[in-house]
Design a protein around this ligand. Structure first.
Ligand code: PHE
Length: 334
């Protein structure tokens, strides 16, 4: 295109511009870095002298003319109520938005996962809506056993209330232990897993109890996984979780239908009092049978701890209900 042609098409396009964006597009197309007129202005330097003498002044004049026309058009649009050239100040400093952060339970869960992963545990998941079978039967909790009263349960309403098949009878899992049974049905030892997850109990809430909380289940099965291994792993875990703080441990005999023998573990941090942190024990042979293992071939240990409780101890949180209150004044402190 020569200069008269450029001029003609510039004014044609500018005439069609309806708003600031259109005008800007025209500007870029002609006097922008790769604009049509800019190309000619750039080439002046390599033109033969004669031609440059002719083209130079008219190109410069056209540039002035274009700049004025662009300005005029912009003002005209603004004056006639059209969109102003720009109502966005691209040079204004950015706003600082709060980026949010992790919930204390999430922070603690990540620590737990990291520590157990470093000990070669796999992290396994299971359903929150569970069958009565996995929550109780497969864990050796007989249907008429008083131990079923140990967990007050949210049952899911059945389409047919008379349906009593425990595999179809659904509930909100009362602990993460059913995932032991699920995992064993599909895997052959040796293995070591943890199962973090949400559990539900139908009970009155207070500073130490919620109807929904989180557990970390652990299961280690092998040819000779034993309580000494359990004790080592557990104490190693707690030392890492509490970042090397001095901790005392206390093991009390206990009872769970799915472990034998069973223990409960208490910890005491310097200056604190004894706190119960988990139930555990050697996997009961009946649980292996339910899973399809020969209990003479395998042995192992299982444990279950409350993530909420650990997090409360770690951060000095006095009431479990804070975790679920959605109160930012609480959550922002972590
Ligand atoms: N499931 C038990 C509870 O919720 C804890 C537990 C897990 C005990 C594994 C022994 C072995 O109280």
């Amino acid at each position: 295109m020569n200069i008269p042609e450029i001029k003609k098409s510039f004014f044609r396009e500018l005439g069609k511009a309806h708003d600031a964006v259109d005008i800007e597009n025209v500007r870029v197309a002609y006097t922008g870095r790769n604009g049509k007129l800019t190309a000619i202005l750039r080439s002046l330097g390599i033109m033969p002298l004669e031609e440059r003498k002719k083209t130079g002044p008219s190109a410069q004049a056209l540039r002035k003319e274009m700049e004025e026309a662009l300005k005029e058009k912009t003002n005209a649009l603004a004056g006639s109520g059209g969109r102003p050239a720009s109502n966005v100040d691209l040079t204004a400093p950015g706003k600082k938005f709060s980026r949010g952060h992790l919930h204390p339970l999430t922070i603690a869960l990540r620590d737990v996962r990291r520590i157990f992963s470093s000990m070669n545990f796999s992290v396994i998941d299971g359903p929150e809506i569970e069958s009565e079978y996995y929550n109780f039967d497969a864990l050796n909790v007989a249907s008429n056993h008083p131990a079923r009263d140990m967990w007050d349960t949210f049952w899911i309403k059945q389409p047919e209330p008379e349906e009593k098949d425990p595999r179809k009878h659904l509930l909100l899992r009362t602990h993460t232990s059913p995932v032991q049974a699920r995992f064993m049905r599909e895997h052959t030892p040796p293995f070591q897993i943890i199962v973090p997850g949400r559990v539900f109990r139908y009970e009155a809430t207070d500073a130490g109890h919620e109807i929904n909380f989180n557990q970390i289940e652990g299961l280690v099965v092998g040819k000779n996984a034993n309580l000494a291994n359990f004790k080592f792993i557990l104490e190693d875990f707690f030392r890492k979780f509490f970042k090397g703080k001095k901790i005392e441990f206390r093991y009390r005999p206990s009872y769970f239908p799915f472990t034998e023998p069973s223990v409960e573990v208490d910890i005491k941090l310097a200056g604190g009092k004894w706190l119960e942190v988990m139930g555990a024990g050697m996997v009961h042979p009946r649980v292996f049978e339910y899973a399809g293992y020969n209990p003479r071939d395998w042995q192992g240990f299982a444990f279950g701890m409350g993530l909420d409780r650990l997090t409360m101890i770690k951060y000095g949180i006095p009431d479990i209900r804070f975790f679920y209150s959605g109160d930012l004044r609480f959550i922002k402190q972590f």
